[in-house]
Design a protein around this ligand. Sequence first.
Ligand code: GLU
Length: 441
Amino acid sequence: MTITRFAPSPTGYIHVGNLRTALMNYLIARKAGGQFILRLDDTDPERSKQEYADAIQQDLEWLGLTWDRLEKQSDRLERYEAAAQELRDMGRFYEAFETPTELDLKRKKQLNMGKPPVYDRAALNLSEDEKAKLRAERGNGVWRFKLDHERIEWTDGILGDLSIDAASVSDPVLIRGDGQFLYTLASVCDDVDYGVTHVVRGSDHVTNTATQIQIIRALGGTVPEFAHHSLLTGSQGEALSKRLGTLALRDLREAGVQPAALLSLMARLGSSQPVELVGSLDELAEGFDINSFGSAPTKFDADDLYPLTARYLGGLTVADVGAELDALGVPADEAEAFWTVARENITTLKDLGAWWELCQSGADPLVADEDADFIAEAMTLLPDGPYDASSWGDWTSAVKAATGRKGKGLFMPLRKAVTGMERGPDMSALMPLLKVIRAKG
Ligand code: GLU
């Protein structure tokens, strides 16, 4: 069975970059009729917060990305300790005591000599006495996994055939001096134990993958299929990492972006398939192909979410937006007519209020100086409300007969006087909704 997982750390709100990872894993599982696991990587007790764990779940639920299983790394510390012991027993795990400053110095020296800044394994030469002495002076050391110096190879679902020389990578620290298990080990234990078959994550994890493949093998697990998607950049290609904080899913929701828009964009962006509004997650899953994604950085522009949101809203029926119309106080007998007009003229549901306000209280008329006399005359011809479907036609015919104006010169000044805008709904459909036309005086 295909099993995938999305593994955020609950140290902040999730953003569009995280969503891309979540969605790809979700769609792979759904397409295959498999399982999607939500795993909270919360081994860092300082930075992990329940508030963020809750928020991540709310955000995924909002998008309809439901999980079949929820796991927390903080529940599994015993398992990680057992794995650590296994690695110790097989001679693949060693304690090292260098301070960050010492490591920094080593790196600088290596770089000065034109060598890659790879940990030199000095700790492997420490005797038990030396280690005891360092432990007494500095506290517990970190635990590093001893890589086999061979090439680590895999066929990546997006990047193709990869080959990484393990000797070019530092032996990864899996346990910190304070005993905290690091993600690199915890993730391997979880992926192996939960039978994860496919891991899609950002290309910033490629080196992790190389080391994790060796750890998985050391622990006797099966190596999943890996795919590393490119990272998002801003629309000009600029790094997005700093701005991602402002692209949190909850902020986009707050701004009125619809789930369908976000899902449609993020499931296709950076792939050879066109971005189009897709009706359901099932439909997205059906057409999803991880191999269609390219390795080049993917440009993301939040503005692209709004036309998709507008298109989605344009396809909704009055029943779909009953709650929003109720909240505005739209009476049931006007709801259908109001929604039919409004849905073509909004970008997000937040725009509905302004349209309802216009229907109730009228708009500030927009009248050009050269049209002032024309509008004054036209307003004398405007009958009193309530207006109906023929009001606009009757009125404009009367104005045309009286003034001789026709076409755009007739309709545009009237539209502007009535709605305060140059563009907007079909006026015949709008008129019956208007209680007040302020230009009438
Ligand atoms: N918690 C890790 C992260 O958010 C998970 C990476 C992975 O998918 O393995 O970067």
